[in-house]
Design a protein around this ligand. Structure first.
Ligand code: WTA
Length: 695
């Protein structure tokens, strides 16, 4: 089947997005960089695959060295560094004690500026992680291979709990704190966790938020899905003070600090884990309503995030590194906790919203703490630029390197980041990767490759991307298609928890050259993003090609959103489409059709919004809910989401005459846009233009 949308796309790209000029890192940066030897490209070429990745594994301390770099005998279930044993907590903590036990591992900045920052040294991190590990082992009876769900806001106790799990070989599954109790409960059930670690509350925009209330909902939801939670461990935001109004449940809920009192000073030997033992699960959205538990390994993952943190983030011993992401997402796992701590880095961790109490807050924090590596997402950069375009000029922060991750960044926004935040001194890396990939896939090497606004860059060392069309033809530079990676790498996830068939089907089936083949060359990884390679080998990411909407850098599956809408009794059908938004990138817009005989009321719209917030979280709040007389449908009854997305984004709806009910298209258009057709020529992006197309 030929795909005309790809042709259309190229024409549009040519019109709307010009090639940007190169910008170069300053000589002072290059002189100090970890990676300035151009021979890295040769070292990590496919000729040296997979041995090239030993370079990353050698950055770790192994209890037993690996026998084989890559066991690829059962594609696409790759096994890295087989025969080796190690412990992630040991690598992130113990091994640094000899040389810098007094160095800050974390500097925690509470959202309230009146509260002092809290510094946790590597020695203290060691003490606290050991005590929590002793508690998990002896109070909860947890052992290697068990799963624990952690649903917490961004506080130091979150990485402490994760590292305590890792010390025992317990698999942690961190659920983003902003997700609802129901969403947490579903993940508790899927992962089979008997223990849930949570917190009483935290601060957002200066207000305390009750978080413990989600625990009860999570436990009930999990039980309804057949999973009993025996113990809920509750951290408290303030010592001795309970920030929640939700009662503790006897024999189930325990305050961490009360139980920890019994484990003071205890030390737990780090459990040597096989390299391919799972380290954690991280749930992410896909094409069906059920989130996927991406399973990451211990050895391959840790080696990969350590190596890329060293080379791409350019972290040195004396740097002060601040990643504003939440640890509840993969960015926080890989590039706050595991990569940086494995390198012995000082991590700044900020509890709250970047614009609280004003848009100067991040620059104030950076100035005061001497942050020199800054890591954030386009959605935060857009927001800070909008609210305080000149704020960075008022402070004396000095960055050597800045990171953007999570969504395509518009060249205009990139330039503000570069000129105003980085003062043309900081080098920018635009890192493209995914929950599934563990670490970076495309980025410029900061001292070696010039920057180009809006382009992620070439594959990072050892990553060999390729662009395919729908028929598996390799496309030349300049043509848009699906970006895939030719080869496995140590950070790639191992499988979808309890669903290996879905793993193969989602990520490998489409471009597998021969399902019987045992040769890794026949199993390229399909990322689910559209992209284009420029003649210079730089990749520009165009957005998702599947049913995922990227809202402020968070992945929401349209099917997840739609099934949450259908919980409202009056609703017969729901369709969710992405709408371009200046601040958040994309926001979902909801179309619903009611059951026969039901009248449209504002109460129904409200019920939809409430359901989205309660079943998924506040990040799923839609732009609007549109109650329509009927969904535009094909003759075979398929909802034409493409037509709805065009209406929501003021794009031409195209030919709808072949639909089963073409008249409804105009009715909906008038409802959304008013009587006169409003078609805007703005470049909304390919994920929207091609949204809902048959893949
Ligand atoms: C998008 C976040 C453009 C992409 C690490 C990907 C990006 C999805 C970039 C993964 C970037 C991530 N430029 N798009 N630099 N980085 N994306 O799993 O669509 O939360 O597939 O991982 O975000 O989102 P995830």
């Amino acid at each position: 089947m030929s795909n005309p949308t790809l042709e259309l796309t190229e024409a549009q790209i040519a019109v709307h997005w010009k090639e940007e000029d190169y910008l170069y890192a300053i000589p002072e940066f290059i002189a100090q960089a970890n990676l300035k030897d151009p021979s890295v490209s040769k070292r990590f070429s496919l000729d040296n695959f997979p041995q090239c990745f030993d370079e990353y594994a050698e950055l770790l301390t192994w209890f037993r060295k690996w026998d084989k770099t890559l066991d690829s005998s059962n594609p696409p279930f790759w096994k890295w560094f087989t025969g080796g044993t190690l412990n992630a907590s040991y690598n992130c903590i113990d091994r640094h004690l000899k040389t810098h036990k007094g160095k800050a591992a974390f500097i925690f900045v509470p959202e309230l500026e009146s509260e002092p920052t809290i510094t946790i040294t590597y020695q203290e991190l060691y003490n606290r992680v050991n005590e929590v590990a002793a508690l998990l082992r002896d109070f909860c009876g947890l052992k290697a291979g068990d799963r624990v769900t952690i649903h917490m806001p961004l506080v130091p106790e979150l990485p402490i709990t994760m590292l305590a799990c890792a010390r025992l070989g317990v698999i942690h599954s961190v659920v983003f704190g902003g997700f609802s109790g129901v969403a947490c409960g579903q993940r508790v059930a899927d992962s089979g966790s008997h223990v849930l670690v949570s917190m009483d509350g935290y601060y957002r925009s200066g207000q305390p938020i009750d978080h413990k209330e989600k625990v009860d909902i999570a436990v009930t939801t999990a039980l309804a899905e057949g999973q009993r939670v025996d113990k809920c461990l509750i951290w408290r935001r303030h010592e001795g003070k309970y920030l929640s109004n939700t009662p503790m449940v006897d024999e189930r809920d325990y305050f961490m600090e009360d139980v920890l009192a019994n484990y003071k000073g205890q030390v737990v030997a780090p459990v040597p884990m096989p390299a391919e033992a799972p380290l954690f699960l991280m749930y992410t959205s896909g094409t069906t309503a059920k989130p996927k538990g991406c399973q990451h390994s211990t050895g391959g993952y840790l080696a990969y995030v350590t190596g890329t943190a060293k080379y791409i983030l350019d972290i040195h011993q004396e740097d002060i590194y601040w990643c504003m992401a939440d640890i509840g997402w993969i960015t926080g796992h890989s590039y706050i906790v595991y990569g940086p701590l494995s390198l012995g880095t000082t991590n700044v961790m900020y509890e709250g919203v970047p614009t609280y109490p004003d848009a100067g807050r991040p620059w104030r924090i950076a100035e005061r703490l001497g942050v020199n590596i800054f890591h954030t997402a386009p959605t935060a950069i857009r927001m800070l630029r909008k609210v305080g375009p000149d704020e960075p000029l008022k402070y004396n922060h000095q960055f050597k390197l800045m990171v953007t991750v999570g969504e395509p960044i518009e060249p205009e926004v990139w330039r503000w980041y570069y000129n105003t935040v980085g003062r043309k001194e900081a080098v920018i890396v635009d890192t493209w990767w995914q929950t599934e990939t563990g670490g970076f896939l495309c980025s410029t090497k900061p001292a070696l490759d010039p920057m180009k606004a809006g382009s992620a860059g070439p594959g990072v060392p050892g990553i060999h991307p390729v662009i395919y069309d729908e028929e598996r033809n390799e496309l030349p530079p300049g043509r848009a298609g699906n970006i895939c990676i030719r080869n496995p790498w140590p950070g790639i996830f191992q499988t979808i928890w309890k669903d290996p068939d879905r793993f193969v089907k989602t990520y490998y089936a489409k471009y597998c050259k021969d399902p019987e083949s045992k040769d890794w060359r026949d199993w390229p990884y399909f990322a689910g993003d559209g992209a284009l390679c420029a003649p210079d080998g730089y990749y520009r990411i165009l957005g998702r090609v599947d049913d995922v909407i990227n809202v402020a850098g968070h992945r929401l599956g349209t099917k997840e959103l739609e099934s949450a809408c259908l919980v409202v009794g009056e609703i017969a059908e729901a369709a969710v489409v992405p709408v371009a938004d200046d601040a958040r990138g994309r926001v979902p817009e909801i179309y619903v059709a009611l059951k026969p005989g039901v009248t449209a009321t504002p109460a129904i719209e409200k019920a939809v919004v409430n359901n989205l917030e309660n079943l998924i979280g506040k990040i799923a709040r839609p732009k609007s809910v549109r109650i329509v007389p009927d969904m535009p449908k094909t003759r075979s009854g398929k909802i034409m989401r493409r037509v709805l997305a065009a209406i929501s984004n003021h794009l031409p709806v195209g030919d709808v005459t072949t639909l089963a009910n073409p008249e409804v298209v105009e009715q909906i258009r008038v409802m959304v846009q008013g009587e006169d057709p409003v078609v805007e020529a703005k470049d909304v992006g390919d994920d929207i233009r091609n949204f809902g197309d048959e893949k």
